[in-house]
Design a protein around this ligand. Structure first.
Ligand SMILES: *Cc1c(COP(=O)(O)O)cnc(C)c1O
Length: 409
């Protein structure tokens, strides 16, 4: 008899965005005249830039001619893209990586979810809270997270990030083998300084732990003091894997391309403590078995983001979103709300007024201003009492949403 992997059954079946859709649809039915504005979307809205679409057209034409057609590519990605990454994303920051340390993927979600396969099921994990749900759920699915009790998984160490600690997570007081960090952060939109990040790298070095560092929003950083990569910290290549994505950087949410950095110096011990195993070697083995590469067209598209025109055009779109964020931040603050993030990230994290919980404020914002937000508690227990707003909307929609808020509050 085939038996189900019952770890999957532990996952709550109320998926956050399905819950939101249900409430929004119910509201639409009872208020057919209302024009809703969504500030809840975690997806980009602006189209691909011309440099990228030109590269894609050219790649399609190559696929159409016998002499330039390409079938399966290398599982770890084409050399042209790995070289462009090493040269553009790391060298200017003084980070010297080898192309064999770069693994091209179809977006960061797959790899942030899959990377946990490389370590034993009984390693302990620590996450900043609130957090991108993929990190925990992927560990739940293989039984590493334990059981869910009062919104917390029994084998997960939560490191709260709230207004009280200025969104600076404290090092865990118990031993943690695997740490997930995401900066700039989704959902809070906050960033980490070099000094704080150094504490985590040192913790990992002293405890023989690994850091999985999600840098998906790195391109949104404005403050020159804020690190774009964990490898800006000395010693990080011994302990950290880093994830990048073209999704938010260049609007690739529908194109699909990203990459993972697994440095050659990063090793993990065997149970008997006799050997150190290279994670780069293991990840390469894993990818060759379970992944057949990202499409040639997507990789040419990603390469085009590094050309002079590509860089300029990508930057323009990011500037557009960040102008939304600045405008929203200013309005919300002027209205007396406590607003965090939105300066080096496309997310604003807003404290709900009058002690309302996340879902109560979600409902009153929907009814009072016809605006959809994302309840913070959906990202973890420390998200309670906050909502997330995104700056990915059209300028006019963001402006109208702020005008409605002015009238409503
Ligand atoms: C959007 C996002 C990603 C990127 O996902 P893709 O699969 O590359 O589209 C990764 N991490 C976080 C935290 C995100 O919000």
């Amino acid at each position: 008899m085939a038996l189900v992997n019952d770890h999957f059954l532990k996952l709550p079946n109320n998926y956050l965005f399905a819950d939101i859709a249900k409430r929004v649809n119910a509201f639409r039915v009872s208020h057919p005249q209302a024009r809703l504005i969504s500030l809840g979307i975690g997806d980009v809205t602006q189209p691909l830039c011309p440099a990228v679409t030109e590269a894609m057209h050219k790649a399609v034409d190559e696929m159409a001619a016998k002499s330039t057609f390409r079938g399966y590519g290398p599982e770890h990605g084409y050399q042209f893209l790995r070289e462009a990454i090493v040269k553009n994303d790391f060298l200017p920051r003084g980070i010297h990586l080898d192309t064999s340390e770069i693994f091209i993927n179809d977006g960061a979600k797959s790899d942030t979810g899959n990377i946990q396969e490389l370590v034993r099921w009984d390693n302990s994990i620590g996450v900043t809270d609130p957090i991108y749900p993929v990190y925990i759920d992927s560990n739940v699915m293989i039984g590493r997270a334990g059981v869910l009790e009062n919104g917390r998984w029994s084998n997960v160490v939560y490191m709260p990030c709230t207004a009280e600690n200025n969104f600076v997570p404290q090092l865990p007081d118990r031993r943690v083998d695997i740490i997930y960090l995401c900066y700039p952060n989704n959902p809070t939109g906050t960033v980490i300084t070099k000094e704080e990040l150094r504490k985590w790298v040192n913790y990992a070095i002293h405890n023989d732990a690994i850091i999985f560092y999600d840098a998906a929003y790195e391109a949104y950083i404005r403050n020159p003091e804020i690190p774009h990569s964990i490898y800006e910290i000395r010693g990080a290549r011994k302990v950290a894997v880093e994830f990048h994505s073209y999704s938010k950087t260049a609007g690739f949410t529908g194109v699909r391309c990203g990459y993972t950095v697994v440095p050659k110096e990063l090793t993990v011990g065997t149970l008997d403590g006799r050997e150190r195993i290279s994670l780069n070697m293991l990840w390469n083995r894993r990818q060759c078995t379970k992944f057949n590469g990202t499409s040639y067209i997507s990789q040419r598209a990603a390469e085009a983001t590094y050309s002079p025109e590509g860089r300029r055009q990508v930057r323009e779109t990011i500037d557009y979103y960040m102008a939304n964020a600045a405008m929203m931040r200013e309005t919300l603050t002027a209205l007396g709300l406590s607003v965090y993030g939105g300066e080096d990230a496309p997310y604003l994290w807003v404290k709900t007024p009058d002690g309302a919980d996340s879902w109560q404020f979600f409902d009153s914002l929907l009814r009072g201003a016809n605006i959809v937000c994302t309840p913070g508690v959906g990202f973890g227990p420390s998200g309670e009492g906050y909502v997330r707003l995104t700056a990915f909307g059209e300028r006019e929609d963001c402006e109208e949403a702020m005008e409605r808020l002015r009238r409503w509050l």
